[in-house]
Write a protein that binds this ligand. Structure first.
Ligand SMILES: O=C(O)CCC(=O)C(=O)O
Ligand SMILES: [Fe+2]
Length: 239
């Protein structure tokens, strides 16, 4: 790995992935570790612009969701997101022998739900992303790459806001599905790149079941919680 990569690069041994996370430069709690300009000219400027363009798109989705959820105020969800608590993650899944996935010695990315409100996900054409069928737990369905498409995941916080009307679906990345994705004697899987963009409310924002998603027969399933507390709760379950 290049020596100038800083604290926001992680190499996960069991998970066969490298990640580089970018946040808002105004988020002092997790300062960005930028690659020096001479190492990759234009990278910082491009990624900063891309970060805020993704927020524009995500913001439109949050407004559409609010309308769909029957809220009078279409900016109800968006207002809780200044954009400074989002994360742009560059993921590199290096080529590895297909056999290590087939024998389940490693995964590209283990099954999980996102802690975000929503996630926008860009993937290349390698394949391997799978989504768990909410109606058939344990059955993972391939999210086949579609050129120029953005996948949107409902995250845990939107599930809470919507009182489970919208589900934060478990997803994972495993061996690419078709054999043309393998190369050479070791059947090396192709490299895979993906870019998730996690939209999260500001840390002090309260996530509370929305009234139109509750009723006499359907009480709120979740207590109100701030994003910061939710994050902490999830982190404590993980580590
Ligand atoms: O690489 C992918 O397509 C998915 C990554 C992912 O789900 C995540 O980082 O939360
Ligand atoms: Fe994810």
């Amino acid at each position: 790995m290049a020596p100038y990569f800083g604290a926001n690069v992680q190499l996960h041994a069991d998970n066969q992935q490298e990640s580089y996370d970018i946040g808002s430069d105004q988020n002092a709690s997790q300062p960005n570790q930028w690659i020096p300009e001479e190492g990759l000219p234009g990278f910082r400027e491009f990624m900063t612009r891309f970060y805020w363009e993704c927020f524009q798109v995500g913001g439109d989705v949050l407004r559409a969701l609010a309308i769909g959820m029957g809220l009078d105020n279409e900016t109800y969800l968006l207002e809780k997101h200044s954009g400074h608590n989002n994360q742009l993650r560059l993921l590199n899944y290096p080529p590895v022998p297909a056999e290590i996935f087939e024998t389940e010695r490693a995964v590209r990315c283990p099954a999980h739900t996102d802690w975000s409100s929503i996630t926008l996900l860009f993937q290349d054409d390698c394949g391997g992303l799978e989504i768990e069928d909410v109606t058939d737990p344990g059955n993972f369905v391939p999210a086949v790459p579609v050129k120029n498409a953005i996948i949107m995941n409902v995250g845990d916080l939107l599930q809470r806001w919507s009182n489970d009307h919208l589900r934060s679906t478990s997803h994972r990345v495993t061996v690419p599905p078709s054999s043309d994705r393998f190369e050479g004697e070791d059947r090396m899987t192709r490299r895979r790149f993906s870019i998730p963009y996690f939209l999260s409310p500001d840390p002090e924002s309260v996530i509370e079941c929305i009234q139109s998603c509750t009723g006499v027969d359907e009480p709120a399933k979740y207590e109100p919680i701030t994003q910061a507390d939710y994050n902490q709760m999830r982190a404590s379950m993980q580590y």
